[in-house]
Design a binder for this molecule. Structure first.
Ligand SMILES: [Zn+2]
Length: 100
């Protein structure tokens, strides 16, 4: 009977589900506790702060110019290698993911 095969599978799925649920709960608790630490108004103010900190970010986030053999997908706006170019219309290029 089909139910005989389904039963053990369901149990496995339930156990996995509970594990990931516990993990999710733990992560959610962490996220909540950390977001409680950040006062929203403080966060907004720090975003508007000019200057000194931005120079550090330029060092960590390097923006490379688009390479000759790359294109920017017109739908997902990711710069991708030309081998992933699936379709182009005029100036619009689409990667394999977006053209599908
Ligand atoms: Zn794309």
């Amino acid at each position: 009977m089909a139910t005989d095969y389904d039963a053990p599978r369901r149990n496995e799925a339930d156990e996995l589900g509970e594990d990931s649920l516990e993990e999710l709960k733990a992560r959610r608790a962490e996220a909540q506790s950390s977001s409680v630490d950040v006062d929203e108004t403080d966060f907004n103010e720090s975003l508007e702060l000019p200057g000194a900190d931005l120079s550090n970010e330029e060092l960590t986030v390097r923006v490379l110019p688009k390479q000759e053999d790359e294109f920017t997908c017109s739908r997902c706006f990711l710069v991708q290698h030309r081998s992933r170019l699936a379709a182009s219309r005029g100036n619009e290029n689409y990667c394999r993911d977006c053209a599908a």
